[in-house]
Write a protein that binds this ligand. Structure first.
Ligand code: ZN
Length: 153
C-alpha cells in the first residue's frame, strides 16, 4: 500500500473514532446485544430495529467505548448495514471476517465491503483483529437473539 493510501485509511479510522456515526441508544429498537473484548477493553452495545415490512435493518445504533479500531469498525458497520437484510448481512459479515483474518478478498467481497476496506491490513496486527471484529459479532448476536458475546467465547 502506498503511504498516501495508508494515510487516507488511517484518517477514515480517526474520523469515525472522533465522530462515530449512529452513536447512542435509539428510542425505538427491537434487538440488542452487548459485546466485550477483554483483551483490549472494548465494550459496546448494539441496537437494531428491523423494518416492519421486510427483514431489512431500519435502524442500527451502538454505544459504548473502546479503541479507535473497534469504534471506527462499529461506526462504519452501522452505516453500511443500514437498510440491508439478513442475507446481505451474512455475506458482508463473512467477507469482513475473511479480510480481517488475512484470508483474502475476492472482487465481489471488495465491492461488498466498500469503505470497510480500511481494515484490510488489520490481520498484520493480530491483537487488533478482535477489535475490528467485535462490533460485527455483537450485531450478529443481536440478530440471532443472543444478548451478549465476547471475543474470548
Ligand atoms: Zn480494541
Amino acid at each position: 500500500m502506498t503511504a498516501d493510501l495508508h494515510n487516507l485509511y488511517q484518517s477514515v479510522v480517526l474520523d469515525h473514532n472522533k465522530n462515530p456515526r449512529n452513536f447512542g441508544k435509539p428510542g425505538d429498537f427491537s434487538l440488542t446485544a452487548e459485546g466485550f473484548n477483554p483483551l483490549c477493553g472494548d465494550h459496546y452495545h448494539v441496537f437494531v430495529k428491523k423494518s416492519s415490512s421486510d427483514d431489512s435493518l431500519e435502524t442500527i445504533c451502538f454505544e459504548g467505548q473502546g479503541c479507535a479500531i473497534s469504534k471506527a469498525s462499529a461506526s462504519l458497520m452501522t452505516q453500511i448495514m443500514k437498510g440491508k437484510n439478513l442475507t446481505e448481512f451474512n455475506d458482508i459479515f463473512i467477507s469482513f471476517q475473511k479480510m480481517v483474518t488475512g484470508k483474502g478478498c475476492d472482487e465481489r467481497s471488495k465491492e461488498l465491503l466498500g469503505k470497510l476496506r480500511v481494515f484490510e491490513e488489520v490481520w498484520k496486527y493480530p491483537s487488533r483483529v478482535k477489535c475490528a471484529a467485535l462490533p460485527w459479532h455483537t450485531l450478529k448476536a443481536a440478530l440471532s437473539g443472543t444478548l451478549s458475546t465476547t471475543t474470548e467465547a
